[in-house]
Design a protein around this ligand. Structure first.
Ligand code: B12
Ligand code: SF4
Ligand code: SF4
Length: 382
């Protein structure tokens, strides 16, 4: 034990660096979370993330990240910011966490500041910083530290702050007095489960992440056709289960200016513009935000899905252009789906016209499927 570094020093330093709340967990392996993670992976809940038993074992054993680890310092950084006004009816929705420049940079800065202070005081390197960057069951350790409790929406809820918080950790060889888990649960509340449009939340504190809009809008392949209509106007992430959560509703929006949307289009991007996003605009507008890490085609695909859900005929010419000209077959395929949903005479004519020219098998299959939905059924014989 390093006498000059105690829990109070850690808390003081973390809050001064910009953390909203901080707590400490022992760095012991967490076998219970390991078992829960393995069970979730076996159910296929995280099939899009390629997690496996080896990941669960590493993520629940901080020693795997830092030899001689004794403590995990868990930080919460509040990011909820009052939303800007919606500019027009054809705006998509972006989740609050992605409104500003990529949060990893800000969280990383806070963690690095704390880690440097600890290393300096210890007179040797005693830390390893984690922020979505290494396998660690961030929420489970935060819960064990008493930083907050995990709700049925599976997010960590920090008392007084709600769940719109980022998590970050410093694994350290310092032995610090650990906190204790809070004795809190959701009780009989099921608001998040009821509001979830895709049925991703089971209500037993588990999630089928493959159904979550956050997952669907981030994946790089096609969005399953059956899920598209459930995505509504979300083009990146989803906040519905947190917005209805009473402890989060009671919390004051506390995000620092850095997390605020620069303008209304950061929260509600114009869908027609997003569908036509070209690489130079993508680099300028999105490359440095949390929306940027999957590239521009994913954002154009998401815009096509949201336009298909908006069912506004004025957007048919934009979808028609995407169907004919988008360089990415996945985007052309989703534009076909959107035109099929709208189903106006012009939308169907565009699909028929494109059917002869489309060379990509999957995009062509989307066109065929979109047209099939409008094929008149044969007369019923009596
Ligand atoms: C993969 C991932 C996703 C996936 C899967 C989400 C999920 N629920 O696991 C998707 C893309 C869906 C996603 C979405 C979001 N994510 Co995310 N995501 C991650 C990431 C990278 C890994 C999570 C993971 O390993 N999941 C696998 C599950 C099995 O493990 P786990 O959640 O860590 O552990 C659970 C089990 O061990 C279980 N457990 C343990 N003991 C027990 C006991 C019982 C009885 C039961 C039932 C369960 C149980 O509870 C733990 C917590 O749920 C983490 C960062 C990290 N390394 O932790 C961020 C992280 C979880 N995401 C975060 C955020 C902000 C989001 C979104 C809010 C973004 C958005 N607005 O769109 C949404 C929230 C959606 C939701 N309702 O969960 C934050 C959460 C902050 C918070 N307050 O909790 C994290 C921590 C990133 C960060 N550093 O801030 N995310
Ligand atoms: S983020 Fe949206 S889709 Fe995902 S669990 Fe919550 S409400 Fe459901
Ligand atoms: S909405 Fe209700 S059930 Fe869901 S996490 Fe919040 S308190 Fe728990």
């Amino acid at each position: 034990m390093n006498a000059s570094i105690d829990r109070e020093f850690v808390v003081r330093t973390s809050l001064a660096a910009g953390a909203s709340a901080v707590a400490v967990s022992a760095a012991l392996a967490d076998d219970s979370t390991n078992a829960h993670m393995r069970a979730a992976f076996a159910r296929g809940d995280f099939a899009t993330w390629k997690y496996d038993g080896a990941y669960a074992a590493t993520a629940t054993r901080p020693e795997a990240l830092l030899e001689g680890a004794r403590s995990v310092i868990c930080l919460a950084i509040a990011y909820a910011t009052p939303g800007p006004k919606r500019s027009g009816p054809l705006g998509g929705r972006v989740s609050n966490y992605a409104w500003a420049s990529d949060y990893h940079r800000r969280v990383r800065r806070i963690l690095d500041t704390v880690a440097k202070a600890l290393d300096a005081r210890a007179g040797a390197p005693v830390t390893r910083v984690v922020c979505d960057t290494a396998p660690l069951a961030e929420r489970a350790f935060a819960e064990r530290a008493g930083l907050g409790w995990i709700g049925k929406h599976t997010n960590l809820i920090v008392p007084g702050r709600g769940s719109f918080v980022f998590l970050g950790e410093i694994v350290t060889t310092l032995e610090l007095e650990p906190g204790a888990p809070l004795k809190k649960s959701c009780g009989s509340c099921t608001r998040c489960v009821t509001v979830c449009p895709t049925g991703a939340l089971r209500g037993d504190y588990t999630i089928d992440a493959t159904r979550c809009i956050s997952d669907l809008t981030q994946r790089t392949g096609a969005i399953p056709a059956a899920m598209r209509a459930l995505i509504g106007d979300w083009v990146w992430g989803c906040d519905l289960c947190q917005e209805v959560c009473p402890p989060t509703q009671r919390a004051q929006p506390a995000g620092a200016g850095e997390f605020a949307a620069s303008d209304s289009s950061a929260a509600f991007p114009d869908l027609v513009n997003l569908l036509a996003l070209r690489s130079s605009q993508f680099k300028r507008r999105y490359a440095r935000t949390a929306m940027g890490w999957r590239g521009g085609a994913v954002l154009r695909r998401n815009a096509a899905v949201a336009l298909g859900n908006a069912l506004d005929r004025s957007t048919v010419p934009a979808l028609e252009r995407a169907l004919a000209d988008d360089p990415h077959a996945m985007v052309r395929g989703h534009a076909a789906w959107a035109l099929g949903r709208i189903g106006s005479p012009r939308a169907l004519a565009a699909l028929r016209a494109r059917r002869d020219d489309e060379r990509d098998g999957e995009a062509l299959a989307e066109i065929e499927l979109a047209l099939l939905a409008w094929k008149p059924s044969p007369p019923v014989r009596r």
